[in-house]
Design a protein around this ligand. Structure first.
Ligand SMILES: NC(=O)c1ccc[n+]([C@@H]2O[C@H](COP(=O)([O-])OP(=O)(O)OC[C@H]3O[C@@H](n4cnc5c(N)ncnc54)[C@H](OP(=O)(O)O)[C@@H]3O)[C@@H](O)[C@H]2O)c1
Length: 251
C-alpha cells in the first residue's frame, strides 16, 4: 500500500486552510493543521475522516514554537512532504488613519510567520533532499492597490521571497510554490464592505490549490480572468496604471 503523504497547513482551522486540509485528507494525505484557536482546529479534525487530520496549535509569530511544532509533527506523524504556510490576517487600512500598529502586526503574522515556518521545516527537508513549501500570498501583492496598505505589502514581500527562494531551492532539490488567490469567501473577507470582483467559494479555491500543488507549477493563481487583468495592470507604466486603477476601483 502506498504511504500517505504528510502535509502541514498553518491557518488550517478556518477558511482556505480548513477547506484544503479536508480536501487533502480525503485524497490520501495525513494532515497537520496549526493555528492559535484550538477549538477551530478540533472542528477540522472532527470533520475529516478519522485519523487523517491532527491538530498542532501554534502562533506563527513565535519562532521557537514553530520549531517545536515541526518537531512534534515529524515525531508523531513522520516526515513532512509539503508545508502550506497559509496563516494570515487582514486589517482594513486607510492612510488618513495611518498608524504603525497594523503594519507591525500584519508583517509579524503574514510575512515573519511564513519566514518562521520556513526556518522550522527547511533543515529537515534539506537533510532529506526533498520537500515542498508553499507560501500563501495573494493577487493583491502584484501591485500597490487602493486600500491595500500593510496587507498587500506583506503579500508582495512573500511573492518576492518565493521567487528568490526558487533559485536556491532548485539547487537543493526542493520545491517552492507561491499561491496567489483573488477574492475568496472566508472569515477574512467577511469584513470587507467593498465590492469584491470575481469572488469565489472556499471549496473552489481549495480545489484549484490542490490541483496546482500537484501540477508542479511555481505559481498557483486564480481565478483566471482576475489574474489576467491584474497581470496586465502589472505591466502598465505608472502614468497609465494610476488613472486606470482609479477608474476600475472608483477610488
Ligand atoms: N480570502 C481571500 O480572499 C484571500 C485571498 C488571497 C489570499 N488569502 C490568504 O489566504 C490565507 C488564509 O486566509 P483565509 O481567507 O482562509 O482567512 P481565515 O479563515 O481568516 O484564515 C486565516 C487563518 O490564519 C490563522 N492565523 C492568523 N493569525 C495567526 C497566527 N498568529 N498564528 C497562527 N495562525 C494564525 C487563523 O487562525 P487563528 O485565528 O486560530 O490563529 C485562521 O485560521 C491568508 O494568508 C490570506 O491572506 C486570502
Amino acid at each position: 500500500m502506498e504511504q500517505r503523504r504528510i502535509v502541514w497547513i498553518t491557518g488550517g482551522g478556518t477558511g482556505i486552510g480548513r477547506a484544503l486540509a479536508l480536501r487533502l485528507a480525503a485524497h490520501g494525505w495525513t494532515v497537520a493543521v496549526s493555528g492559535r484557536r484550538d477549538a477551530a482546529l478540533r472542528e477540522v479534525v472532527d470533520a475529516a475522516p478519522p485519523g487523517t487530520v491532527h491538530a498542532f496549535p501554534l502562533d506563527v509569530t513565535d519562532l521557537p514554537a514553530n520549531r517545536a511544532t515541526v518537531a512534534a509533527i515529524e515525531s508523531e506523524l513522520g516526515p513532512i512532504d509539503l508545508a502550506v504556510l497559509n496563516a494570515g490576517q487582514f486589517t482594513p487600512f486607510r492612510a488618513k488613519d495611518f498608524s504603525v500598529e497594523p503594519f507591525d502586526t500584519t508583517m509579524r503574522v503574514n510575512f515573519m510567520g511564513v519566514v518562521h515556518g520556513i526556518d522550522a521545516i527547511l533543515p529537515a527537508m534539506r537533510g532529506r533532499g526533498r520537500g515542498h513549501i508553499a507560501l500563501m500570498a495573494s493577487l493583491s501583492g502584484y501591485r500597490g492597490l487602493p486600500l491595500g496598505g500593510p496587507y498587500s505589502a506583506t503579500k508582495a514581500a512573500l511573492i518576492n521571497l518565493a521567487e528568490s527562494l526558487r533559485f536556491d531551492f532548485d539547487r537543493m532539490g526542493l520545491r517552492v510554490t507561491v499561491i496567489n488567490p483573488g477574492f475568496v469567501k472566508t472569515p477574512l473577507t467577511e469584513q470587507n464592505r467593498f465590492h469584491m470582483p470575481f469572488l469565489i467559494g472556499v471549496e473552489d479555491a481549495a480545489r484549484r490549490i490542490e490541483r496546482g500543488l500537484e501540477s508542479g507549477r511555481f505559481e498557483i493563481a486564480f481565478p483566471l480572468r482576475f489574474v489576467l487583468l491584474l497581470k496586465l495592470f502589472r505591466m502598465l507604466p505608472y502614468r497609465l496604471y494610476f488613472p486606470v486603477m482609479r477608474m476600475f476601483s472608483g477610488r
